[in-house]
Design a binder for this molecule. Structure first.
Ligand code: G3I
Length: 331
């Protein structure tokens, strides 16, 4: 097999989400990383609760290790994530009695967090997910725009989104700043994201791109993805696929299996071929594709009795048949 990063070197970086333990050349994961990938993202250790679990006390070791590994192996780093309702410490939102903080206090803390983190990795992290998953998810009528149960939203309404981008740009004017979300290819959600990004751009809020997480299924609609890319093209922003994984199931309702069957393989070949053909067709706006893991041995999608097998590398980090389908697209 030709290494993934070689296949796509004229098109876009190919990334993987990793743990600090993976950032080690003496491990199979480290070896696979430098062979196949040109970019890394911390799967968890750059999130707010990992970096600043206690107010004012920053924990850098895991994130530093990933950044150092990337630098010494010529890989880019995508930063994930600065502002999120999940995996964020309670003190960012609540006082000691559990009451929501005032806007003033919460804004100061947000600025402090973003400024400290982005400044530390200035020049090393080339792109940041500045705000993650701020839109309401399941709402086919599109009436509820924002995720109203987010403590950020409860304190500020949507204005924290604008502030986060401003703080990030100030801390590193050269980093690419992204809004990142999932289910973005469905009409109701992509329209909300479109309107958000349009509003930010109209107000001169510094945003460079939209991250489509890419937690799709083997049955995901090609048309929905192309329609979404066409729509976002009109915003004049970059697009990155930020958390790609394609479990072998058609939907979450399908019964689980722990064996990688021929059916799974066939489905996955078709799905990955379709997806990477799209990414190549839109390479003028797609500036990165990152998998949410390295190989099928470890993924957030696995449950007891049901393995997802979502990647192009198998449990031993070897290329799967779907990998060779992707390779064929480039030869
Ligand atoms: O850190 C604790 C550790 O101390 C403890 O021993 C261990 C025991 O279970 O749990 C550890 O925390 C887990 C953490 O991953 C680190 O492994 C959490 O329970 C677990 O919930 C957390 O899951 C992560 C999830 O985000 C949380 O929302 C997944 O690894 C990570 O892949 C996932 O990534 C998200 C993206 O950030 C945003 N988009 C969706 C994507 C998938 O959910």
């Amino acid at each position: 097999a030709i290494p993934l990063k070689e296949l796509f070197k004229d098109h876009f970086p190919i990334g993987a989400a990793i743990t600090p333990q993976h950032a080690d050349l003496g491990t199979n994961h480290g070896e696979a990383l430098v062979k196949h990938f040109s970019s890394v993202t911390a799967e968890n250790v750059m999130k707010p609760d990992a970096l600043q679990r206690e107010k004012g006390v920053f924990t850098w070791d895991g994130a530093d290790r990933i950044v150092q590994f990337a630098k010494s192996n010529n890989m880019k780093v995508r930063g994930h994530t600065l502002t999120w309702h999940s995996q964020s410490p309670d003190w960012m939102f609540y006082d000691q009695n559990g009451a929501l903080l005032s806007k003033e206090v919460a804004l100061d803390q947000l600025e402090e967090h973003i400024t400290t983190v982005v400044s530390r990795y200035k020049g090393d992290v080339y792109a940041w997910d500045v705000v993650n998953e701020a839109m309401f998810d399941w709402d086919p009528n599109g009436e509820i725009i924002y995720r109203e149960d987010s403590p950020w939203y409860k304190i500020f309404g949507p204005s924290y989104i604008d502030s986060a981008f401003v703080f990030a740009r100030r801390a590193d004017p050269d980093a690419k700043l992204f809004y990142n979300d999932y289910n973005s290819i469905f009409s109701w959600k992509r329209n909300k994201i479109y309107n958000l990004v349009k509003r930010l751009k109209d107000n001169n809020i510094p945003i460079d791109g939209v991250g489509l997480q890419g937690h799709w299924f083997v049955g995901t609609s090609e048309e929905e993805i192309r329609t979404t890319l066409d729509l976002f093209r009109g915003l004049g922003v970059e697009i990155q696929i930020t958390e790609l994984d394609i479990p072998v199931y058609m939907s979450n309702d399908e019964p689980g299996s722990t064996v990688y069957t021929e059916t799974f393989s066939t489905r996955q070949k078709q799905a990955y071929k379709m997806l990477f053909q799209i990414f190549l067709d839109y390479k003028d706006i797609i500036t990165g594709v990152t998998f949410w893991g390295i190989g099928d041995d470890a993924t957030w999608l696995d449950k007891p009795g049901r393995k997802a097998f979502p990647f192009l590398l198998d449990e031993n980090l070897q290329p799967k048949p779907a990998y060779f389908e992707v390779q064929k697209l480039l030869n």
